[in-house]
Structure formats: structure tokens, C-alpha cells
Design a protein around this ligand. Structure first.
Ligand SMILES: Cc1cc2nc3c(=O)[nH]c(=O)nc-3n(C[C@H](O)[C@H](O)[C@H](O)COP(=O)(O)OP(=O)(O)OC[C@H]3O[C@@H](n4cnc5c(N)ncnc54)[C@H](O)[C@@H]3O)c2cc1C
Length: 388
């Protein structure tokens, strides 16, 4: 692995830094989990897209700059160091777009990707169901053949930002699952991956109350919603294989790029210098651990990026990243709140306190950490399968 950057890479980093210095809002935007904040973040996506910064790694024809993974990581580092707003379009950009690049048609890419890049159409992930989270293949929502397309019915839940978003992508059972040996005996066979609008006839979006009272999280009720054939991704019945090929992206790299943690750890170190009690060596060690953890994660990610650049892929290793960043994020926020004491609720506009509440969900979303540990045990360490 070569840790030096080329002149072209450094030039790219400087260009990103300059653009961000001139554009990142001076005041943080309102939370993207509220209607007002969602609209402000959508507008920010448009501003990024106007200068091709919303999806730097995509080909130019879809609104990107066609840069490689090294420059994408550089951009992420600069973005978080500059205090860039949260990305309201991340489910579309990080999950649906890679799926369309690999499995979509030219027509789908041309139709779906440019408005996704500009924030004009914001997508949600409609995978989970009330009794199918970890055991996703047991999902029960159906897709039934009809003239020119499919009719989808059922219930999806835990859809981030669905209360204010525009369209969804999800998995539906298009062939009946018969447990017990005959017919289509494997639950992950016969699933179809498709896209649908959240304002279509037959769709009801109901917000789910969150601990912090923000209203964007929602469940979806679907009653014979028509989806035309052009909105099926890949072949009908192949949805599981298609969906699984992109989950590694979310756990492994795109959901939590290290720039975010490096920026947060730097902020924590600055707060330790300003408020820390040098006699409190236990807290000092936790601050140091946070700084070391961020650098370790940064280096691990750069190592993965080198492997990508050399044409390799990452599979089960992405579970290591997921467990690491989710546990790290909680420890980082707990350290900051302990350091700030009662002021932690208010410091930086309540950012640490809000971040702490959100960090608690990290071990659950994008596949729970218990499931990730099973993957690590079985596929990376070669341990025998547990009893399930
Ligand atoms: C903040 C947040 C945002 C989310 N956003 C989305 C979204 O946008 N779209 C979407 O589709 N979903 C989303 N989810 C859903 C998320 O993916 C699921 O919550 C997650 O996969 C767990 O599923 P579950 O909630 O049904 O819990 P369960 O699967 O019922 O798990 C309950 C507990 O049992 C454990 N467990 C279950 N099976 C096993 C096993 N085989 N071995 C060991 N332990 C096991 C789990 O690890 C967990 O601790 C979100 C969740 C959260 C919290």
C-alpha cells in the first residue's frame, strides 16, 4: 500500500477544500429529520450538485466527476472537516445507485440517477418489515403480476426519512414461499426488487415516534400499488442476490466514511484542551482512545480503498467496519458528554447530545451487530455455525 498521494490527487483535495470553504453554511442546517430541515438539506444537495460535488465518484453523464475511490475518500474527509451538513440523499446515493450501476438498465440509470444527484428525488430504503429485520428473507410483502407491471401489497417499517421523501426501493415476494420441502422452499428465492413512488395510489406513509420526537422515520402500508415493469431492477425473482450485492457498500464504506469520525475526534480533542481536567487521567485516556480509534479506522479504510483500486472487492470484511464504527461512535459521544458535564446538552447547539441519541441506533441499523458478529465468526474466522 502506497500512502503518498499524487499531485493530481492533492490538486483534487485542494479544489474540494476551496469549494467547501466557500459554500458550507455558516450555521448548521435544522435537523434533516424535520420537515423544515429536510427541505433545507434537499436544497443543499442541489447546491452540491450544481458544481458536481454531490456524487463525485459517479460518471459525468449522471452528474458526477468520475473520480476514483481515493479521491472520493479525500472528498469525504474534506467534507466532514469543513462541517458539511448531513446527506439527506444517502440511501439513494449509497444503496440504490450502486445497484443500478450493476443491475439496472441504461434507461433506468438515465431516468433515476440525475434527479437523485440533484436532490430533486429523494429515495428511501423499504426493506424491513415488522417481523423481518435480521431475518430479512422471511419478508411477506407481495408483488403480483398484472398487465404491464406488478401490484405490491404489505407493510414495510423503519424507513428512514420516509415521511418527507419521494420514492422507495424494496424487496417483494413475487413467488410464494412454501416451507417444508416442496416447490419454492428457500425463503430468499422468488423475491423481486423494485422501485415505487411514495405518493402513488395505495401507499400510506405513517410516521413512527422517535425518542427525540423528530417525525421523519416512518412505516409504509401498501395496498395493490401499481409498479410498471420499467421499475423492476434486474430479473423478477432475483431480488435477493441483487440486494445482497450492495449491502456490503453500506456496512463497509459508504455509510460511515472515516472523515466523519476524524472530524468528530478532532473536535473532542479541542474540547479536552479547552475544558479538560489534566488530573482526570481516566477521561484523558478515553479522549486519546477516541483520537487513536479515528486514525485507526481512517487507515483501515485507506487500506480497503487500496484493495478496491487494485481491483479487489470486500465481502464479509465489511462486517468488521460496521461493528467498529457503530461501537466507536457511541464511545466517542459518551466521552464528549462526560467531558462537558451538564453543558453537554447545550454545547455546539446540542450537537453532541443529539449525536449521542442517534449513535445508539448504530448497532441496530444496516444489520444488527449480533448478525455482523455471526458473519465475522462464520465467514472470516471459519468457526462453526451457531445453533439458530
Ligand atoms: C435508526 C434506524 C434506521 C433504520 N432505517 C431503515 C431503513 O431506512 N430502511 C429499512 O428497510 N430498515 C431500516 N432500519 C431497520 C433495521 O435494518 C432493522 O431494525 C434491523 O435490521 C434489525 O431488525 P429488527 O428491528 O426487526 O430486529 P430483530 O431482527 O427482531 O432483532 C432483535 C434482536 O435479536 C437479535 N437477533 C436476531 N436474529 C439473530 C440471530 N440469528 N443471531 C443472533 N442475534 C439475533 C438482533 O441482533 C437484535 O438484537 C432502521 C433501523 C433503525 C434503528
Amino acid at each position: 500500500m502506497d500512502l503518498d498521494f499524487t499531485a493530481g490527487e492533492e490538486e483534487f483535495r485542494q479544489r474540494a477544500r476551496d469549494w467547501l470553504a466557500g459554500h458550507v453554511p455558516a450555521e448548521p442546517l435544522p435537523s434533516l429529520e424535520t420537515r423544515e430541515g429536510f427541505a433545507a438539506h434537499r436544497a443543499w444537495e442541489g447546491e452540491l450538485a450544481a458544481d458536481r460535488w454531490s456524487v463525485v465518484s459517479w460518471p459525468e453523464e449522471y452528474g458526477g466527476q468520475g473520480v476514483d475511490i481515493v479521491k472520493w475518500l479525500m472528498f469525504e474527509e474534506e467534507y466532514f472537516a469543513a462541517g458539511g451538513p448531513g446527506r439527506v440523499s444517502q440511501n439513494g446515493i449509497n444503496l440504490l445507485a450502486p445497484t443500478l450501476f450493476d443491475f439496472g438498465t441504461d434507461e433506468q440509470r438515465a431516468r433515476v440517477l440525475p434527479p437523485m444527484a440533484s436532490g430533486e428525488v429523494i429515495w428511501v430504503q423499504a426493506w424491513s418489515e415488522p417481523e423481518s429485520g435480521s431475518d430479512l428473507a422471511s419478508l411477506r410483502s407481495t408483488a403480483r403480476r398484472t398487465s404491464g407491471g406488478w401490484l405490491i401489497s404489505g407493510q414495510k417499517t423503519w424507513s428512514s426519512r420516509a415521511a418527507f421523501a419521494d420514492r422507495a426501493f424494496g424487496l417483494f415476494r413475487s413467488e410464494p414461499y412454501e416451507s417444508g420441502g416442496t416447490g419454492n422452499a428457500k425463503p430468499h428465492r422468488g423475491l423481486t426488487y423494485l422501485m415505487f413512488p411514495l405518493d402513488a395510489d395505495g401507499v400510506t406513509v405513517r410516521p413512527i415516534g422517535r425518542l427525540d420526537g423528530k417525525p421523519a422515520f416512518a412505516e409504509l402500508f401498501l395496498d395493490d400499488v401499481f409498479v410498471p415493469d420499467e421499475d423492476v431492477i434486474g430479473e423478477p425473482g432475483q431480488g435477493w442476490r441483487i440486494a445482497m450485492s450492495t449491502t456490503g457498500n453500506e456496512r463497509g464504506l459508504t455509510l460511515r466514511s472515516p472523515g466523519r469520525f476524524v472530524a468528530s475526534a478532532d473536535r473532542l480533542v479541542r474540547q479536552w484542551r479547552a475544558h479538560g481536567d489534566p488530573a482526570d487521567t481516566a477521561l484523558r485516556d478515553r479522549v486519546a482512545d477516541a483520537a487513536i480509534g479515528a486514525r485507526a479506522y481512517q487507515l483501515f479504510t485507506w487500506a480497503n480503498a487500496s484493495r478496491f483500486a487494485a481491483g479487489e472487492t470486500i465481502g464479509a470484511e465489511s462486517s468488521l467496519n460496521k461493528v467498529f464504527w457503530s461501537e466507536y461512535d457511541i464511545a466517542l459521544h459518551e466521552t464528549a458528554l462526560d467531558l462537558l458535564g451538564a453543558e453537554g446538552e447545550l454545547a455546539d447547539g446540542g450537537e453532541w447530545a443529539e449525536g449521542y441519541v442517534f449513535s445508539l441506533a448504530g448497532p441496530i441499523y444496516a444489520g444488527t451487530n449480533e448478525i455482523q458478529r455471526d458473519i465475522i465468526a462464520e465467514r472470516l474466522l471459519g468457526l462453526p455455525k451457531g445453533r439458530r
